[in-house]
Structure formats: C-alpha cells, structure tokens
Design a protein around this ligand. Structure first.
Ligand SMILES: [Zn+2]
Length: 489
C-alpha cells in the first residue's frame, strides 16, 4: 500500500482554473469571454442528429451557439480548442446517489459495523467534506446528481448543496427518508440523534409532521422507503403511502419511492410517485404497472449494479480478500481506497459465508439482474422515462465511477447506446427539475459537457474514454480531475 497518491485537484493548474477568475492559465475559461470548441462530433442530448465537425461557442457559463460551422461562425480572435476526432455530449446526470454513504461497508447504519470505522465517525467524516463526492462526480463526467435520501446535513450543509459553482455538480436533495421500518432506535444515538436519516410513518400525523420537517430544512423532494409490509399490516401501510403522496403533492414536492417489488411499486404509482428510485426486481412488470407508469409520467431509475456490488462487498469481508474496483478514470480517492483495502477491519466476518453461501448469493443477484434487465426493456418499449442511476454510496457502488458499469448494464439489457446517452443527460435533468438549465446542449443552457475519445453511440463503454469535462464554461482535461493515479511499476 505504498505510492498511492492524490493528483489533479491538488495541482495548481486545476485549482487555478476552477477557483480564481482570470488567473493566467492558458486553459480556456469563462473569464476569456467567448471561447470555441471545434471539430468534434456533437451529440446534443435532444435526440436529434449529431453535428459532425460541430462548433460550440461558450460565453461565460452558458452555451452561446451549438451546431455546424455554418450555424455557429467563430468570430475572429476567439480562442479555440480543437477537438477533431472527438465526441461531445452533455454532462452526465446520476439520478440516484447518497452523499452520506461512503461506497463501502462502513457507510450505512445497518452495514457490517466494526471498531475500526464506527458509523458515527464515518458520518462525521462524510459531513466534514461533501466536496469529496463533488470531485469524484466531475472526475467521472457527472455534472448533476439527485441525492435521493440521507441525513439532514445532505440538505442543509451548503458544502453539499450550494452547487452553483464550477467545482461542484448540481445537486437536488431529498434528505431524511419517510419509512415504516424502525431504523432509528438502534443506530441514531449521540450526534446522530440530530441527524435523522429516517422519519416515522406510523400514522397520518407522522406524515404531516415529517413533511413539515422536510419543508423546514429545505428538502427538494419527499422520499418514502417502502419495503414489503407484513401481510397483516398491508392495508394500513398502503394507506399511509397514499397519504404521503397526497401530502407531498400538497407541499409541492416530488414523491420519490423505493419500492422494489411489483405490488409495492404499483401502490407507489397510485400514490402519485414522480420517481421509482429502483427497478422492480422480484418479478416481471405487467401491463397494469406500465399503464400506471405512463399515466403518471413517472421516472424509472433502474440501479442495476447495486445489488451485485452489495453482495460482492459482503463476500469480500467473509473471504478477507480486497475486492477489485472498477475505476476507469482514477476517480476513487485515496481515503476511500484505503478503507476498501483495509479488509482486515472486517476480520470478525471472516468465513461467515461458506462456499455454498457465496455461490447462492451470486446466483441470487444474477437472477435479480436478469429480472431487472428484462423489466428495463419492458419499460423502454412502453415509452417509459428512464434515468441512469447508480445508488452510489452503497458498498462498491462508487461515487462517480459507478456510472460506467451502470450504463454498460443498461446496454447489456438491450438498450441502444444512443438511448442510454439521453437517459444519462436530458431525462436525468428532467427528473431533477433542471431541464431548463442543463441536460442538453442548446444555446442559453449552462455549458456543462464532456468530451470523449471514442463514439458513445457505437458502444456506451466509450463513455469511459473521458478526455475533458466542462462545467459552467470551465474546460478541464480529465487528467487534471483525477483523484488517483496508479503507482508506477
Ligand atoms: Zn439509494
């Protein structure tokens, strides 16, 4: 574990370009007035044809013109960045993340607890620097994220949510989850008592109070965590979910629901869910589900890779083997890598799974993946509004880096790469309520875009070939955004 080093964000050039107006870098930026990106194939996210040899003019933090050379003549003297042979898309949107989870086993209250990483200390570590995830997102080409549930600070701490800045991704945040599951008592003591992740859902009074609380802290959505209720309690809890939908609607907040089984997902849709934050994974979706989804215009967030990643993290703890992580652009920071490498912190769990248990877990998550992928195609063919979404923060679903395997799992399900590009840009911006500012490359919108070395329409895996990221008019080379560089042999 030697020679790991942070790079990029600590380098003068990146900080200069991001933080200091006109600080003399030769990197094109908004302070230089109009700039031009020329020569690339521009996929603007609208679903229209791409512009070969396109021109993008940027003034300040906005797009001034996007089109062909004829559409967008470059005024003499305008600084140009020649991107011939490359591909430009809007910045990516991850529609399901959690700022208050690490991406490893230590980041959830019910995860494997250890003396090495007590949950309370981990939450403090996350709260101390929400910027770590902003850096990971931009490093991965993600310029907007929907935090669909977490501690109070994920809504109130301006480091997490004051995102009208070029060194941060746009954020919309739901804050604490409303749930019928009682998770507070065993975990939420000490400083965590003031930072609830979960709000009660045992009565209509609870719901009224929960939504008033969410409004008081500035939540931008209402998230309900709806697990399979006890059969004896189904009617009561279904009615409470309906009440939560009505109350969210009255408060003018979108309703986001975690409901991974078909029956519960239908109740969520009847309650007016604006987004289902996961796939239906227990069985194939049916006509009734698809009709409800269409009638509500509900966004559907597949989160395909998170169950398998969870299982592999638990298997790694049992086998005491450091898991291999998928980090194509060096966006997993050294502190998180250290935590993942320190598998000995979980030595209490060594050998807890037999080889048969491991095989059974892998078979179970593969079976769930098969159902989720088939359902994704059914939703797509029915014209559903699908948003690329990772659930990053959960074990081995790594902030930023997870976007690539997630998009590839969508492609493996059978979605065309061109459709996945729109789900990862325009539709995500729509789900966040930000489509007037981001999500497509059109004059007047913010200059948030990525540059790739290979065509993502040919293969969505080409999204790994990230060359540059522009956020609010600042163009940075991906190498200047990297958080980790592999040791030199
Ligand atoms: Zn989640």
């Amino acid at each position: 574990m030697s020679a790991i080093r942070e790079s990029g964000w600590k380098s003068g050039v990146a900080l200069c370009a991001l933080m200091v107006a006109g600080c003399g870098s030769d990197m094109p930026g908004p302070q230089s007035g109009l700039i031009a990106l020329t020569g690339a194939t521009v996929i603007d996210g609208t679903g229209g044809p791409a512009f070969e040899n396109g021109v993008i003019l940027v003034r300040g933090d906005e797009l001034a013109c996007v089109g062909t050379a004829a559409d967008c003549p470059v005024p003499e003297g305008t600084p140009r960045t020649d991107l011939t042979g490359q591909f430009i898309t809007p910045g990516l949107v991850d529609a399901h993340v959690h700022f208050d989870q690490t991406g490893w086993l230590d980041g959830r209250p019910e995860a494997l607890a250890t003396d090495v990483y007590p949950y309370e200390e981990t939450i403090q570590y996350l709260w101390d620097d929400p910027g770590r995830w902003h850096r990971a997102f931009l490093c991965s080409g993600i310029t907007a994220v929907y935090d669909v549930g977490g501690a109070v600070w994920t809504v109130t701490d301006e480091q997490a949510t004051d995102t009208d800045r070029p060194d941060r991704a746009h954020v919309r945040a739901a804050g604490p989850l409303i749930t019928h599951v009682d998770y507070n008592a065993p975990f939420m003591t000490g400083m965590l008592a003031d930072q609830p992740v979960f709000l009660p859902m045992q009565s209509e009074t609870d719901i009224v109070e929960d939504i008033a609380f969410l409004q008081s802290i500035g939540s931008q959505a209402v998230k309900v965590w709806y697990l399979q209720p006890d059969p004896a309690d189904v009617e009561r809890l279904d009615a409470l979910l309906m009440a939560a939908g009505a109350a969210a609607d009255a408060a003018g907040l979108p309703l986001l629901v975690h409901a991974t089984d078909l029956r519960e997902a239908k109740v969520a849709l009847r309650a007016g869910a604006d987004m289902l934050v996961h796939s239906v994974g227990d069985q194939p979706v049916d006509r009734e589900f698809l009709d409800l989804l269409a009638a509500n215009e509900t966004f559907y967030a597949p989160t395909l890779i998170v169950p398998g990643n969870w299982s592999e993290a638990v298997i790694a703890a049992s086998e005491q083997s450091v898991p291999v992580i998928d980090d194509p652009n060096g966006c997993v920071d050294a502190a998180l890598r250290d935590r993942i490498d320190n598998i000995a912190a979980y030595s209490d769990f060594a050998g807890q799974l037999s080889p048969e248990d491991v095989a059974a877990r892998r078979a179970a998550y593969q079976a769930e993946m098969d159902v989720m992928q088939a359902n994704l195609i059914a939703v797509y063919e029915a014209g559903g509004r699908i948003v690329t979404s990772t659930d990053s923060g959960n074990p081995l679903t790594l902030h930023g880096a997870a976007i690539n395997p997630e998009m590839e799992a969508m492609q493996a399900a059978g979605l065309p790469a061109s459709a996945i590009i729109e789900m990862s840009t325009r539709t995500g911006a729509e789900a966040m309520g930000l489509s007037d500012r981001i999500g497509t490359l059109e004059a007047g919108k913010l200059a948030d875009l990525i540059v790739l070395d290979a065509d993502p329409r040919e293969d969505i895996a080409n999204m790994r070939r990230l060359s540059h990221v522009m956020r609010a008019g600042f163009l940075l080379e991906q190498s200047d955004l990297q958080l980790y560089t592999a040791p030199v042999e």
